[in-house]
Design a protein around this ligand. Sequence first.
Ligand code: GLV
Length: 308
Amino acid sequence: MKPLVLLGSGNGLDQVREMLLVQRPELDIVWPGEAGAERAHVALCWNPPPGSLGMYPNLRLIHSIGAGADQIFKDPSRAPQVPVCRIVDPDHRLGMVEYVLWGVLHYHRSFDLMLQNQARVLWDRPAQRPARETKVGVMGLGELGRAVASQLAALGFDTRGWARRAQQIQGVTTFQTGEINAFLEGLDILVCLLPLTPETVGILGSKTFAQMAKGSVVINCGRGEHLIPDDLFAALDSAQLRGALLDVFEEEPLPVEDPFWRHPGICLTPHIASSASYEVIAAQILHNLECLEAGASLANQVDSQQGY
Ligand code: GLV
């Protein structure tokens, strides 16, 4: 068995390694530079440093340890014929539903305002409005976005969804690429669950915010690169946006000097919206190793043309 090489850092790569060894102790798993790494036939990645994938000429599989694989497609040295797989886990989906519901309810029920009021020792009772009067739009209707939109609709929110391909989700009004203006028009809360592609980089910018309702909210659980930070600050400072809940950042961990930390309109979390358990990640990687060894088709292979 040739070694498996671990590329990148953070987001549990160490824990995935431990879990793989619990399940298959005979596996040879190495970090770059360790003996035999150059012969690796599988790379397990979170965020491989650009240029690293090209250093392993025998790769037959590149496996993301997360749901996203955009970090892998950013490496220009990746051999295009090597399949890329990702993790798909129902608990990951549930975790994302919980996170987004929390975020939507936080703003819909004005908990953001009440936290500010508590800090000012102010007893003020914001008006309650029914969910059906809050327009929530979900950008990206993949595994996660579909589940989120359908649960928002089940709670009674006026829910819209936007995706490249036509989709049908019960209770959700869906829009396709060319219908972005109609999708955004008057939204109170915009949730980004898009994959990161050249078309979606910077999609959360002034033009998008201007079409939403005055005093609306953005929740970004996609990737940091979806958001243009200066446009966000301008929209918050002009009160076009009332708040932003951010879980993902261009640079992670978010540097201590980053102004996101201190802006009163921003609530941020350290990329915890949802992830698969290490057991599931390890089991799916092991399954794909077996498929690879048996010459069978791989599970959860990413379309390398589309990048997701
Ligand atoms: C998290 O962002 C993931 O891609 O799993």
